[in-house]
Design a protein around this ligand. Structure first.
Ligand code: HEM
Length: 400
């Protein structure tokens, strides 16, 4: 099982192309060649204390899909659905067929790092008569002044996040789960995303987004002592069924790429406070060097601007508020106005949204330097319970 932050093993093709292209050839020496089949054969575990798809490396292909329970479906139907879905997810993540009637779309491929993650939205609890079990953390997110949210592509009773390093494997999982929803639930919205393919770079690197920035550097790291506390709900929490779980905030954030790409490089770098080439802070060093937020230039002004995105969102500027950002990029073609319908399917994970996304977005919403170049178009908040043990299903402690 790979760890977050270390992209998949560099595939042989990537190394050869990198070396031939010159620019990336330098890294070939410290990254031993691995067989191409590594991409297909890598598997994440479905069963365990935590659900998959949170600390696993970002996959090349993703689907986010929300379902609403159908009228008349309640707690019993929801429990049966979670049991069906959990069994299917465990099979597919192991690279097995879904069972009778498998469509065959993923035949020939290995697990390809498939992860399937399940969450419950606020409305799920009323529909299943479980309102007393709903944590306060699922209270609606505040409205932000810059929100341009499409209600039809926001929220939902149930949320499923699918990621895989093969597009057919990801699609197969999506289609299998959708079909298995049967009479219990129907799709409310669905979004498709992507990230860099493993093996595309000569060594594992932090991903880039569609603005070209290195994106994910400041994330909490599993090796840090407060990682668990920041990302996962502790044991002894008021609603015991959420112990070991996490809260996912999902935002579809459009990038106004035509405007962004007109900015010269130095202006783009000032917007974030980091270099575009390697993600290093403008105060110097490498990608992993801590930014010096107090440093001033010869003109007496801060080197990392007062409204730089990375300054405003930094935990030390927000009373320690932190989240694990694990997004997918998206591109849904060209909008009616001729601009790309592209951006970030921003997914962030935290033990409590009020100590993660909410305070940070409140500050960004007052107008950081990135705000003029993005638009939040859809939103969701989901309680993602801990993982299922062998023979169990996700959400069993809530639904039984
Ligand atoms: C940092 C881009 C939206 C929270 C960064 C960085 C980039 C970036 C390039 C610096 C590198 C890094 O640490 O990852 C973007 C883009 C966005 C976006 C393109 C929208 C399309 C958001 C939103 C939030 C957020 C909505 C949360 C409300 C953060 C945090 C950091 C960060 C917490 C790390 C700060 C640190 O640890 O010092 N973002 N971001 N970002 N961003 Fe964003």
């Amino acid at each position: 099982r790979r760890l977050l932050g270390t992209a998949g093993a560099a595939g042989a093709t990537g190394l050869v192309l990198g070396a031939a292209g010159g620019a990336a050839g330098w890294a070939a020496a410290d990254a031993p060649p691995t067989p191409l089949t590594a991409v297909g054969s890598t598997a994440a575990a479905f069963h365990g204390a935590r659900q998959p798809g949170i600390t696993d490396p970002q996959q090349a292909h993703g689907h986010l899909v929300a379902f609403d329970l159908r009228p008349g479906a309640g707690r019993r139907e929801a429990a049966a659905l979670m049991r069906r879905w959990s069994l299917l997810a465990s099979r597919l993540m192991a690279g097995e067929r879904a069972g009778e009637g498998d469509t065959g779309v993923a035949l020939d491929a290995g697990p390809s790092s498939l992860t399937v993650t399940f969450g419950f939205g606020r409305t799920f609890f009323d529909r299943t008569s479980l309102t007393p079990a709903r944590p306060a953390q699922l209270d609606p997110l505040p409205a932000f002044s810059s929100d341009r949210l499409d209600a039809g592509r926001s929220d939902g009773d149930l949320w499923v996040q699918i990621g895989a390093d093969d597009a057919l494997v990801a699609f197969h999982a999506l289609r299998t789960l959708q079909t298995a929803a049967g009479e219990a639930a129907r799709v409310r919205w669905q979004m498709n995303g992507f990230n860099r393919s493993p093996g595309a770079t000569a060594k594992p690197m932090t991903a880039r987004n569609l603005m070209g920035q290195v994106d994910g550097t400041g994330n909490p790291k599993p090796s840090e002592p407060d990682f668990r506390q920041r990302v996962f709900v502790p044991d002894g929490t008021e609603h015991a069924w959420m112990a070991g779980g996490s809260y996912a905030v999902v935002r579809r954030i459009r990038m106004l790429l035509d405007d962004w790409e007109k900015l010269p490089l130095d202006r783009q770098e000032r917007v974030i406070g980091r270099r575009k080439s390697d993600g290093a802070p403008l105060t110097g060093g490498t990608e992993t060097t801590e930014p010096d937020l107090d440093a001033t230039g010869p003109d007496g002004k801060p080197v990392i601007a007062a409204d730089a995105h990375a300054r405003i969102s930094a935990p030390e500027q927000n009373g320690g508020a932190a989240m694990l950002r694990r997004p997918f990029s998206y591109h849904d073609g060209i909008a009616a106005d001729g601009t790309p319908d592209a951006g970030l399917l921003f997914v962030c994970w935290q033990a409590d949204p009020l100590r993660g996304f909410v305070p940070v977005q409140r500050k960004l919403d007052r107008g950081d330097a990135l705000s003029p170049f993005i638009r939040h178009e859809a939103s969701g908040l989901f309680a993602v319970p801990g993982g299922a043990g062998e023979g169990e299903y996700v959400g069993q402690a809530l639904l039984e």
